[in-house]
Design a protein around this ligand. Structure first.
Ligand code: HEM
Length: 92
């Protein structure tokens, strides 16, 4: 009955497997995309960081505002993360 009687074809199963990719998170700061996949678990400010990874929102303002007294510490963490220049169409 219903959905339990629905069998996926081999093709459909294969297609689904292709789409299972490990979760990864990047954050846009000062024109660079930083890989924060591991850091999100340890961020002292918690899950709020994920808002910026999910929507590719530019996090520069938020990072500067939330860490006024600790920007050196933040930069120290960022320089040890994998990063790449963001494409110009991702900075909007
Ligand atoms: C990769 C980017 C980020 C890094 C490396 C980072 C790093 C840190 C560090 C080292 C602290 C502890 C020192 C401090 O209180 O300033 C902290 C705390 C905090 N962060 Fe971030 N942060 C990042 C992104 C963000 C974003 C995007 C937000 C908010 C939109 C945020 C919000 C906060 C808040 C609210 C705290 C204070 C937590 C508390 O004291 O209870 N952070 N972050």
């Amino acid at each position: 009955m219903g959905i339990s009687s629905y069998a996926l074809s081999k093709y459909e199963l294969h297609h689904l497997e292709q789409q299972v990719v490990p979760e990864s998170f990047e954050i846009l700061y000062n024109g660079r995309l930083y890989d924060v996949t591991d850091f999100v678990k340890h961020h002292p400010g918690g899950n709020v960081i994920k808002f910026y990874t999910e929507f590719r929102e530019d996090a520069t303002r938020a990072i500067e505002d939330f860490h006024k007294g600790s920007l050196d510490q933040v930069h120290g963490i960022l320089k040890n993360l994998k990063s790449q220049p963001a494409n110009s169409n991702e900075c909007k």
